[in-house]
Each structure stands twice: as structure tokens, then as C-alpha cells.
Design a protein around this ligand. Structure first.
Ligand code: PMP
Length: 305
């Protein structure tokens, strides 16, 4: 059977063909929803799926629900057990992507966040690489700026705000690039269209601060910790200028979808040798070991299905 076979909708697991919502749904009309993206990694040797940092993802979703005043209707523990139940039923033997979605489910016309009903759904899909992680990709600086916290907060992982990401990614693809780096409206580097950004210069790792219109990435936090603890690197969170991208020794994206994605070129300027740099290589090797359950030290980040 092609996967997925099931979804969780309106309080129960249903066959995927039955997982349909009303065309009048407020979240479809206005983007009034908070979502997450979680990965499960297949470990061939142990014949098991490990879900990476599931609790952190649901904690972030519940925090973000406060921004939109959405009540998903389930506790942290319930969300995690629904996820495991759905994954067990699917019985995947490959890497998967998990998409939780907490949304304004009312069918009334009008964008507002009070006086409406809310609901939660969940589905999973098989997923390999979102970006090609085996090579250094080519990116541009987008002509679209990042949304701002006072307009449509990127911190929120709000469904509607991903139109901003779609514009950036589309412009990049149409112009022959793989991805886009986005600037804040005051002209500082923010992040990629759906991934955080790291820069290595003279052996120090830099990443943009959480106040520069980024999603506070779970992979970002993971990479900061591994870089400090396992590679002994200094990691600095500070504002980054556009031209610092051009003069970096190494650049890479991080994200649940993107994983660790090396960047070889920005705006047609080669970064380092234009290949995967040594720090990026070490972090990427470590990351893939960790998520597949091959690093005892970080086993607590994984939930076995
Ligand atoms: N920024 C944006 C805009 C994203 O959509 C994502 C993907 N969730 C990220 C960064 C990376 O976040 P995470 O590492 O938690 O997946």
C-alpha cells in the first residue's frame, strides 16, 4: 500500500482518503494555524524508527499556539502518544516526516482569533533529503524580505506566514538557485526560506540571533550544542551582514527538513573552495549519527517508535 495510509483528524485515526476538511475552514482561508515538522529516522540495523526531539517540537508548537490563541485540545503527552500511535499504525521502514497542525477549524467568514473553534490534525509522509545534503548548494540573497515580529511573527511557525517563504524559494528556483537567504526589513541576514543559517569564519561559528526574525530552530539549537561540546568550537549568536556571507569560510543551513545543508555559492560568489567545508562536514557526520541513534550520548533526543 502506498504510504501514508492514515491520518489523525477530528479526534481519531482515519484512512488518509477520509482525512478531508471543509472548504470553508478558517485556517484554509486565512492561514490561521500553527504547524510543526518533525522527522523520524529509520535505523536499518535495529529495524526501528527514531523520532528526533519530538518533545521539543511539541513544546514549540504549544508555545506558538499561545501567539495565535489556538487551543489544540491535547496536552503535550497526548500529542506525543497520538504521534507514536499513528507511526506504529503506518509501520514505516524508511525515513519519515511528521506534520502536526493546530488550526482554527470554524467555517465562519472573517479573520480573527477569538470566538472560533480549534482542532488538531496530524499526518506523516515518507521523506528523504529536502535539500541535497551531499553537495554544496547554490543560493541567492532574496529580493523578498523576511516578515517581521510585529507583522506576522516568523517565530510562530504560522501557516499563513509561509507564503513569504514560498515567494523566496520560488524566486531562487526561477533564477537557477537551489535556495534563498533572506534579509530582515532592516537589511540584516535572517535565515533561509525554511531553515536557519550558520557561518564559519576563522574557526568560529556564527548564527543569526533569535531576534532577527527567525524561527527558533530545533536543529539550530542541536548544532550549537554539538559544535560547542563535541567539536569544541566557539559559537556566537549575533547580527550578520550580507557581505559577511560573501567572505565566509563556510556556510550551511540547518533544519528538520534541510538537516545540515552545505552552501557552496551565494549570489555567484564562491564560499571557501565552493565545496563542503571541514566544519560543516564534521557537524553533518555527527548530526546523521545522532539522528539515527548511533551516538549513545544523545540517545535521550530520540523516541523509539
Ligand atoms: N526557519 C524556518 C522558517 C523554518 O520553517 C524551519 C523549519 N521548521 C527552520 C527555520 C528550521 O527549524 P527546525 O530546525 O526546528 O526544523
Amino acid at each position: 500500500m502506498p504510504k501514508p495510509e492514515y491520518a489523525f483528524l477530528e479526534g481519531r485515526i482515519v484512512p488518509i482518503e477520509q482525512a478531508k476538511i471543509d472548504i470553508r475552514t478558517n485556517a484554509l482561508q486565512y492561514g490561521t494555524a500553527i504547524f510543526e515538522g518533525i522527522r523520524g529516522y529509520w535505523n536499518e540495523q535495529r529495524q526501528k524508527i527514531y523520532v528526533f526531539k519530538m518533545k521539543d517540537h511539541y513544546l514549540r508548537m504549544l508555545e506558538n499556539c499561545k501567539i495565535l490563541m489556538i487551543d489544540p485540545g491535547y496536552s503535550l503527552d497526548e500529542l506525543m502518544s497520538i504521534t507514536l500511535e499513528l507511526l506504529r499504525k503506518e509501520d514505516y521502514r524508511q525515513d519519515v516526516y511528521i506534520r502536526p497542525f493546530a488550526y482554527v477549524s470554524s467555517t465562519s467568514i472573517g479573520p480573527k482569533l477569538v470566538g472560533y473553534e480549534h482542532d488538531f490534525f496530524l499526518y506523516t509522509v515518507p521523506m528523504g533529503d529536502y535539500l541535497d545534503t551531499s553537495r554544496a548548494i547554490k543560493v541567492c540573497v532574496s529580493s523578498w524580505c523576511r516578515l517581521s515580529d510585529n507583522a506576522l511573527p516568523p517565530r510562530g511557525k504560522i501557516a499563513g506566514s509561509y507564503v513569504n517563504s514560498a515567494l523566496q524559494k520560488t524566486e531562487a528556483l526561477l533564477n537557477g538557485f537551489d535556495e534563498a537567504i533572506v534579509l530582515t526589513s532592516d537589511g540584516h541576514v535572517s535565515e533561509g526560506s525554511a531553515m536557519n543559517l550558520f557561518l564559519a569564519k576563522r574557526g568560529v561559528l556564527f548564527t543569526t540571533p533569535t531576534t532577527d526574525e527567525i524561527l527558533e530552530g530545533i536543529t539550530r539549537r542541536t548544532v550549537i550544542q554539538m559544535a560547542r561540546e563535541d567539536l569544541g568550537l566557539e559559537v556566537v549568536e549575533r547580527k550578520i551582514d550580507r557581505t559577511e556571507l560573501y567572505t565566509a569560510d563556510e556556510l550551511f543551513f540547518t533544519g528538520t527538513g534541510a538537516q545540515i545543508s552545505p552552501i557552496g555559492e551565494v549570489d555567484r560568489r564562491k564560499i571557501g573552495q565552493g565545496e563542503i567545508g571541514p566544519i560543516t562536514r564534521q557537524l553533518s557526520d555527527l548530526y546523521f549519527k545522532v539522528v539515527r541513534g548511533e551516538m549513545e550520548k544523545y540517545r535521550e533526543w530520540l523516541t523509539e517508535v
